[in-house]
Write a protein that binds this ligand. Sequence first.
Ligand code: ATP
Ligand code: MN
Length: 537
Amino acid sequence: MSTHTRVEEELHDNAHIDYDRVTIQWQPSVPQLYEEALKHETGSAISSTGALITASGNKTGRSPKDKRLVDEPTSSSDIWWGPVNTKLPEHVFLINRERAVDYLNTRSHIYVFDGYAGWDPKYRIKVRVVAARAYHVLFMRNMLIRPTEKELETYGSPDFTIYNAGAFPANRYTTGMTSTTSVSINFHMREMVILGTEYAGEMKKGIFTVMHYYMPVKHKVLSLHSSANEGPNGDVSVFFGLSGTGKTTLSADPKRYLIGDDEHCWSDDGIFNIEGGCYAKCINLSAEKEPEIFNAIRFGSVLENVVYDEKSRVVNYDDSTVTENTRCAYPIEFIPNAKIPCTAGHPKNLILLTCDAYGILPPVSKLSSEQAMYHFISGYTAKIAGTEEGVTEPEATFSACFGQPFLVLHPARYARMLADKMEHHKVDAWLVNTGWNGGAYGVGERIKLKYSRAIIDAIHSGELANAEFENYDVFNLKVPKSLTGVPSEILNPAKVWKGPEAEFIESRKKLAQRFIHNFRNYEDQTTAEVIAAGPVL
Ligand code: ATP
Ligand code: MN
């Protein structure tokens, strides 16, 4: 039996997908997926640089409120039920699954891709994507690890399957459904079902969630929302940070090998990337400031929700009419100095990225290991709320382990694993603010990308480790007095603040209070030393 036929049989037996009615394209090539998308999917076009432009419809970002985990006996006692993980009864999962399959069976074509998540063969899982849109399969073809011809011969059955029927809504009258969008994961059945959202990022972050369960629970391997790269001498840096803080941007560094831009695991053998691709923000993208990413947008890349010229098909990266969250998904080898396979040794530097829109956190500070734990658990960044309406108030966000929406276990479990690893391997930790300086959003300005890059360079060259530091009050952070390529006056927020000193002191106090208030959630799960490493008023 050919592999294709076996896949058809499997889909029929496992999910009642009717291959007599539906043409199943298994492991389609990039040109085939282009042709399918252009033929069948509105909003598809080819960009002037050869990327496939796609439209994700109403949803141009994830829908965290519509995410559910099935409450079933094999996983339930491990799951951190609460703010991010909402219970779904197994029979409701089956109702959604049936709805997804029924929809897939109404299509003339569906697309199937078999790939891997995790570059270390010891821990990788086989992931199958079944989708009605070529866009979704090309996206996951880019984001998963693409098996070689040889690997496909012995691939067998997947460990985990995604059924993506995103163009079809969930039934709002199904118990537990609060909207027409539903993203649900069943760890026991090893399946994920998507209804009512065509935003492809749900699949990527869904697999990340799956890895946040299987890796620590089954293998004692730590999963991390981070990018990673490696220097010419083999030193590895891991960059933690919430959305928009610079993981993708700062890890694409011509002087270093890219291991991955968003999802990693740290095992006893070192670091490995979960993904086979990158997912970069495109808003205000320029060839001058981010050449590696700009040049990765070519034939094979999936370009989401961008605005382009009707005739020339040249993309206007400054246009946010469809969404601020325009994105491009490309295979990691599109970055010239990607390290393939995407694995490396234990990290030397942990870089905690934050985008502080209050202008309070220093552009860079050196952290003790207790401070690193404190800031990892806090997971602070700030967003600009409602820029569209001209509201200029920053909004503080605390997201545990810099990735709360993807955590499956209690944050303290990941934090403990990180603390053990930090203790075992000699790791330096740094807090890097890529956000505002000289004042809050509206008054100060965002730290220039070239300065953030110079800071990262100084971490890597060893210049910062040997710098002279001064103490930054309240947060008790060690701030360098000077470093190459960055004007010294911006290094200490107290000194660069443009407004009155009293206003600065008040803002710093307010932010410290937010940290302290947020950390109360974790005090019973951590040590006195870590609590003491936070801001002190
Ligand atoms: P996500 O988790 O959503 O993928 P991310 O951490 O990868 O987010 P990036 O895609 O790197 O974030 O986004 C950072 C954005 O901020 C980019 O658009 C970048 O051009 C912009 N930026 C502006 N100033 C800086 C700076 N000083 N450092 C880093 N990025 C900056
Ligand atoms: Mn990113």
